[in-house]
Write a protein of this length. Structure first.
Length: 498
């Protein structure tokens, strides 16, 4: 596969067009971080408000990834990705035109929807590549797409400075942010007119029921309900943060109203889950061993994504300001240094998928990488102004490598669970990455960077322990295309429940 990677024909063309779509969504999603301190000074924002905007940037991605996952399974990645790219221009322009904190909160909440684009490409790549190549294909898609965070933190400050003559000599952050949305919308039209959902002659499989994930056992049903509650809890945490002093975006009564609405949303989610799985729950339907999958394994992958992608979201959001304040740097220089973290996505996330493919054990690949995440973040806990900057950069790059490789290893497994529900499963796992980002950034907003690093490190070590003892090795995850086609009767890849 690596030899043909740059042929730009057939499935490789689809892969390149899709990772670039993801790249643009990430440029948009992270276009605020490199200008956080500049915007804060210009709009007279308190430090707590700037940190809260980082949380807002992630919040709506949690429900959006679930909704996008369902739309994706129903309408296909071509239509879903194209519309999402075109939508990106709205929050980008809203951010560029914002004049106060409240307007920024709304624009960044909307921007969180753009961050849900990742799950769309997971299904697209899964349709075009066979199981034995899934790790490296998904790693290239995710890693090169995640490189958009580097593009935002490295290129946007330079664009803002080079066009400062249009803003009276000040950093032209408004133009830089607006352009990201305009470019994404244009590419949305191009993507719609140049890709297809599946190779010619292959049928795009859709789930038989919509509105919730169809599970295969009562135990998995309750595990899914608990998983849904966790995501609602993260949104409730954000509402609480927006009510705190020095923020005051919500009043106390508005916070309670938001919590009430979230309870209603959870009740609706639970009803839809019951409705989709009604026959199973009342005993009218059973699944053969080949049809079953364990939602508990999905939940464990959600945890691996909290510790990998969740920590990456938190780090990318806070590192520019962290380097600026810790070492007294200019915001452009600090942004470029912080960009070394997402820069590694170019190789680290694909390497996580490749190692998972070649190591012949996705379970132990995930375990070892999770341990690496934990150790490296605990090292970052000790970074201070007394450190040489190159050493601080080296430590953050080690943490970046393991966190991003963990993302690749996670999504080398996700598409193999249940093909026709890949969008929903990828949406669930992806949403928990944002859950992790919200929780980590909330901790950061209440404490400091060393506490954040130690929290992320300890969580990853717990995750490594759980992977070692509870993650089950997938079946058939190294199958060739012909083997995959020969087993059409098997819709589940995981070991069946006992």
């Amino acid at each position: 596969m690596l030899k043909k990677l740059f042929s730009f024909s057939d499935r490789y063309r689809i892969l390149h067009q899709t990772w670039f779509a993801f790249f643009l969504t990430f440029v948009c999603w992270f276009n605020f971080a490199p200008f956080a301190t500049t915007i804060g000074r210009e709009l007279h924002l308190a430090p707590e408000q700037i940190k809260t905007l980082g949380i807002c940037n992630l919040a709506l991605t949690i429900p959006a990834r679930l909704i996008i996952g369902m739309l994706l399974d129903r309408f296909g990645p071509r239509i879903t990705y194209s519309i999402l790219l075109m939508f990106a221009v709205i929050p980008c322009m809203a951010t560029a035109l914002a004049q106060d904190f409240n307007q920024l909160v709304i624009s960044r909440l909307l921007m969180g929807i753009v961050g849900s684009g990742f799950v769309v490409g997971i299904r697209m790549v899964a349709e075009w590549f066979q199981p034995k190549e899934m790790g490296i294909a998904q790693g290239i898609y995710g890693g090169w797409g995640n490189f958009g965070a580097f593009g935002a933190e490295f290129a946007l400050p330079m664009l803002a400075v080079s066009t400062s003559f249009l803003a009276g000599g000040a950093s032209n952050w408004r133009l830089a942010i607006a352009l990201t949305g305009i470019i994404a919308a244009i590419y949305g039209v191009i993507y719609y007119n140049s890709v297809q959902d599946t190779p010619t002659g292959k049928v795009y499989k859709k789930p038989q029921k919509n509105g919730s994930l169809e599970v295969t056992s009562i135990k998995s049903f309750w595990a899914m309900i608990v998983s849904n509650f966790g995501l609602i809890l993260a949104l409730g945490l954000l509402a609480w943060r927006l009510e705190q002093k020095n923020i005051r975006f919500l009043t106390l009564s508005q916070m309670y109203l938001t919590w009430l609405l979230l309870v209603g949303l959870f009740a609706y989610q639970s009803y839809k889950a019951w409705d989709v799985n009604r026959e199973l729950l009342i005993g009218k339907k059973t699944y053969t061993p080949s049809e079953r999958f364990q939602f508990g394994q999905v939940a464990l992958l959600e945890f691996t994504y909290i510790t990998s992608f969740g920590s990456e979201l938190a780090a990318v959001s806070m590192l520019p300001a962290f380097f600026e304040k810790t070492f007294g740097l200019e915001h452009v220089v600090a942004g470029m240094i912080a960009a070394t973290y997402p820069f590694l996505n170019l190789v680290s996330r694909p390497s996580g998928g490749l190692i998972s493919d070649k190591f012949s054990s996705r379970k132990w690949t995930m375990t070892i990488i999770s341990a690496g995440i934990g150790v490296s973040y605990l090292m970052a806990h000790f970074i201070s102004s007394n450190w040489p900057i190159p050493v601080a950069i080296a430590v953050t790059m080690v943490a970046a490598y393991f966190a991003q490789a963990g993302c690749g290893a996670t999504y080398s497994i996700v598409p193999l669970i249940k093909k026709e529900a890949t969008g929903q499963i990828a949406g669930n796992v992806g949403a928990y990455g944002n859950f992790g980002g919200v929780v980590y950034l909330t901790i950061f907003s209440l404490t400091d960077a060393p506490t954040l690093f130690s929290t992320m490190g300890l969580a990853a070590l717990v995750c490594a322990f759980m992977c070692a003892f509870f993650l089950k090795e997938p079946k058939g995850s190294f199958a060739a295309a012909e083997e995959d086609e020969a087993s059409k009767t098997s819709t589940s890849i995981f070991l069946t429940e006992e």
